[in-house]
Design a binder for this molecule. Structure first.
Ligand code: C5P
Length: 422
């Protein structure tokens, strides 16, 4: 079988258009990954993984084993990656008949997802009886594998021996996870979700600007109860704080994410603490702030709470209802005024006069860095535009998606921190 050619030109042209737009956000320029797919039901997740990597600006070359083609078609992978998929060691269209050497020399890493029990055994023993195993043996780049198999296959002494051997050989092993398996059994052996794999792979390519640093992030809104079923909250989605958590993890930091109620999934690898009210958020921050190098207060903390929330639902008994509100503690100001505070970063969403208000707020709360944004653009949306204010003046980060901005912000913070430590 040669590289797979069955395709619809219009579909591929459209896919390339989308990929070109998305790759303008690339953070690891020119990274080239061989995505190897082996035979397992989790092969369907490889399609999403390819899409997510391409979205990050990675160039993905797919290589599939024959068994993988029983689970997902090369056409799907060609459509998503925009490149012919290699499936055969004896591909006559490769001029020097050395696809294994050509491909592995052109790659920055090989990622095998899913890696079946059989393929892991081959890797552990250095077998090379198809294109993918041959190019792994011939590689001159890192190898990352995402095991996926039935729990008994994973627990089998042979598999465990093979995994230990691969670890000793320097192979990066991502997962597996435990949970319900395709066979209906429950246990260890599920492949990590594509989102988690993409995140771990991106971490692998980052310079680790924040490795060894402990970062505490607050995110999302707070919810201040009025009674058993009602409360005061705001429209913060938590997207910026979660993006910052992910960007910090990518740079090797250890992150505790204290989050108010959101609909978001905690980035893989962060320690999550879920809270509702500002008082609970402050308690959680107090519990985790010791030993922190950086505190980033992204949460939209309610300024006031109800003085006496009712334990029962308040009945509609009068025409008007007056609630007494008390001011909430300022969590960021509390952290910034600790005897040995971490490097504190605040966020200010203003609806006008951003520069003046933001700089005033930075001085009032004694913050080394304050990130300003226009509330009407920021809240709930996927994109934003930031201005960073610190002792060096202001620095604008032009409109982009929140993850891109979070990555730029973390690079800025990493530079500031290293500068201060010198
Ligand atoms: O004063 P203002 O609410 O605009 O300040 C916003 C910044 O202060 C954000 O970083 C927010 O997380 C933090 N903050 C806080 N506790 C409060 C109010 C705001 O940590 N009670």
């Amino acid at each position: 079988m040669s590289s797979h050619n069955g395709h619809d030109n219009r579909f591929l042209a459209k896919m390339r258009g989308i990929m070109e737009q998305e790759s303008s956000k690339r953070i690891v320029p020119n990274t080239r990954i061989i995505l190897g797919i082996t035979g397992g039901i989790a092969a369907y997740k490889a399609a999403e993984l390819a899409r997510l990597l391409i979205k990050q600006g990675v160039e993905v070359q797919v290589v599939m084993t024959e068994a993988a083609c029983h689970f997902i078609t090369p056409t799907t992978m060609q459509g998503l990656s925009g490149k012919p998929v290699y499936t055969d060691q004896w591909d006559a269209s490769v001029p020097n008949s050395m696809a294994h050497i050509n491909l592995s020399r052109a790659a920055d890493a090989i990622v095998i997802a899913p890696a079946s029990g059989d393929f892991i055994a081959k890797l552990a023993h250095g077998l090379a009886d198809d294109l993918l195993s041959t190019l792994c043996l011939a590689r001159a780049c890192p190898l990352i594998i995402a095991p996926a198999m039935n729990r008994e296959m994973w627990l089998n002494a042979a598999t465990q021996r093979n995994i230990a051997q691969l670890r000793a050989d320097g192979v990066q092993i991502l997962g597996p996870d435990s949970g319900i398996q395709a066979c209906g059994e429950e246990g260890m052996g599920r492949m990590l979700e594509a989102q988690q794999l993409a995140q771990d792979i991106m971490v692998f390519f980052q310079p680790g600007l924040l490795s060894g640093k402990k970062i505490l992030v607050t995110a999302g809104p707070t919810y201040e109860a009025i009674d058993a079923v009602r409360g005061i909250t705001n429209r913060s989605s938590g997207k910026m704080g979660y993006a910052i958590t992910q960007a910090a993890l990518e740079q090797g930091a250890e992150v505790v994410l204290v989050s108010g109620p959101t609909a978001l999934v905690k980035p893989h690898g962060a320690q999550g603490v879920n809270v509702e009210s500002a008082a609970q958020m402050l308690d959680a921050v107090k519990r985790h702030v010791a030993g922190c190098d950086i505190f980033i207060g992204v949460a939209a903390v309610a300024d006031y709470r109800v003085a006496q929330p009712s334990a029962q639902k308040i009945k509609k008994s009068a025409n008007t209802l007056t609630l007494e509100l008390l001011p909430n503690p300022d969590i960021l100001a509390y952290v910034a005024s600790l005897p040995k505070p971490p490097y504190c970063v605040g966020f200010a969403a203003e609806s006008e006069n951003l520069a003046d208000y933001a700089e005033q707020k930075r001085r009032a709360k004694k913050l080394p860095l304050l990130v300003g944004n226009l509330a009407q653009q920021a809240i709930g949306s996927d994109d934003n535009e930031l201005v960073l204010f610190d002792d060096g003046g202001s620095h604008a980060l032009p409109r982009a998606d929140k993850l891109t901005l979070a990555r730029q912000l973390m690079q800025h913070i990493a530079q500031r921190i290293t500068g201060e430590q010198r």
